[in-house]
Design a protein around this ligand. Structure first.
Ligand SMILES: [Zn+2]
Length: 399
């Protein structure tokens, strides 16, 4: 009988330890009071387990005053290792290194040529990761894994892009396997908007909401869906592909093979084309800068895009009923210029919810959202206790 009781208590304690580690990992650090709230455990249990985890070298406790008064912030210990978060965009590559406290310790962006090749881009990524590790005084051994966000839907079950043609030259390649061979580390690949959604929902403007729609308006438009606090990818990873909702049946043919998708109307090429006659050739960045400086033509292009995206969001919201829409990507840097027409279209196109009308807010993490979501993905999939045990065994083996 006593054996049964002990066994049960041991597994209960292990479950509580796991639950606290999960919360700390997910939010990048919580105070003990917040841990009580997020785990549902008593303050005494949280305090005991945090002490155990601290002496096991799994978490660190440091003073914080972020909620206005002084408290102890619990984070995963730095010695657990570093994660690499990568965003491969249409025209840039971004790599961030982060620790288990969700602190970004290094962050770098490189330009990419348009229609860049998969193998050269992954080579550059691998070199950049190694270079950045060196610069922060870390070794490749300390890297626990890499997550890569790409501007295409990914079937996380197979690791392959689930719609042909969306990212030219990247179809049929298992990006995670290719990258894993280059660095000898575990690699995860996901859609960039999903990673942005993950970061904004846990660390950014969607924090505190259970149902969040994250919209990424950049060279293309995509969305990431968080329902009940969980990322919803759909059966093969195409959930939230709002860029491929048809809005003009007579419109241009899209990369995906369909006609008149939202992307063909508010994607970078479509936004830049009507400005050529009046403004000459511009980049998306130029248009954003000029719009912010008050240029009427560029302002008009941004506002029109907000309206078009808003119409598609109305239909999306009708189906999903999120509490909040968080808007990120380059276009969101123009703030209300984009959000105001988006809000108007949204209100026009959906049932007025009197109890809880959906809010549209700008993203809080800016251009870092996707790499931060990638870092969170590595941390989420890494067993902290196992990593520390392995590190200890290796160090003892060296002696
Ligand atoms: Zn399309």
């Amino acid at each position: 009988m006593s054996g049964w009781a002990t066994g049960s208590q041991t597994s209960l304690r292990e479950a509580n330890r796991a639950s606290i580690l999960e919360s700390v990992k997910r939010y990048g650090g919580l105070t003990q009071v917040e841990l009580v709230g997020s785990t549902g455990l008593s303050a005494a249990t949280v305090s005991t387990i945090v002490k155990e985890l601290t002496s096991a070298g799994l978490v660190e406790v440091k003073p914080t005053s972020r909620s206005g008064r002084r408290a102890q912030l619990v984070t995963v210990a730095r010695r657990v290792g570093l994660a690499a978060g990568v965003q491969v965009g249409h025209r840039h590559l971004r790599v961030a290194l982060g620790d288990f406290g969700s602190d970004v310790v290094a962050d770098q962006t490189l330009p990419l040529p348009s229609e860049h090749r998969l193998d050269t881009t992954l080579d550059r990524t691998a070199l950049l990761v190694v270079d950045m590790l060196e610069r922060v005084g870390a070794t490749l051994e300390e890297l626990v894994g890499i997550a890569i966000g790409i501007p295409a839907p990914v079937d996380t079950a197979t690791g392959l892009i689930s719609v042909r043609g969306v990212l030219r030259g990247w179809d049929d390649t298992h990006v995670a396997q290719v990258m894993s061979k280059r660095l000898g580390k575990p690699v995860w690949v996901d859609n960039d908007a999903n990673l942005g959604a993950l970061a904004e929902a846990t660390l950014g403007a969607g924090r505190g909401y259970a149902d969040v729609l994250f919209v990424r308006a950049s060279h293309g438009v995509g969305a990431g869906i968080v329902i009940g606090g969980q990322l919803h990818r759909g059966f093969a990873g195409t959930a939230g592909e709002i860029g491929h909702v048809q809005i003009d049946p007579q419109g241009a043919i899209c990369r995906c093979g369909s006609r008149g998708c939202l992307d063909t109307v508010v994607g970078a090429e479509a936004l830049l084309a009507p400005l050529v006659v009046s403004h000459g050739p511009l980049t998306l960045r130029d248009v954003m800068n000029r719009a912010l400086a008050g240029d009427p033509g560029c302002t008009r292009v941004v506002a029109d895009a907000g309206e078009k995206i808003g119409a598609v969001l109305a239909a999306t919201c009708q189906a999903l009923n999120p509490q909040v829409i968080v808007v990120g990507g380059e276009l969101a840097e123009t703030g209300e210029m984009l959000l105001d027409p988006m809000r108007r279209e949204l209100r026009r196109g959906m049932l007025p919810n009197l109890i809880a009308p959906v809010e549209i807010v700008p993203a809080a993490l800016g251009q870092q959202a996707e790499v931060m979501g990638a870092l969170a993905t590595v941390l989420e999939n890494t067993d902290v206790a196992d990593t520390v045990d392995r590190g200890t065994r290796e160090r003892e083996g060296e002696r």
